[in-house]
Design a protein. Structure first.
Length: 78
């Protein structure tokens, strides 16, 4: 991959070695999305996984938007 930029390499690669929390899949209003947790009840949208085509045009579901949700307890299935 070639990256053409006027930014210093230190700025481009800043934080590349930092570990981050794993992304989650949540379903809100019938839309399955991949999110990156911000805190216990909010997350930043990474991408939409399952939704109608019109949902892609809704600015509320654009990547980078912050959503608020109530995490449900996960149970182990046997």
């Amino acid at each position: 991959m070639t990256l053409y930029t006027t930014m210093p390499l230190e700025v481009v690669l800043d934080g590349i070695n930092q570990e981050r929390e794993a992304d989650l899949e949540v379903e809100i209003n019938g839309i399955l999305m991949q999110v990156a947790p911000v805190d216990a009840s909010s997350a930043r949208i990474v991408r939409l996984l399952r939704c109608s085509l019109n949902d892609y045009l809704d600015p509320a579901y654009a990547p980078g938007q912050i959503i608020h949700y109530k995490p449900a307890l996960m149970t182990e299935r046997k």
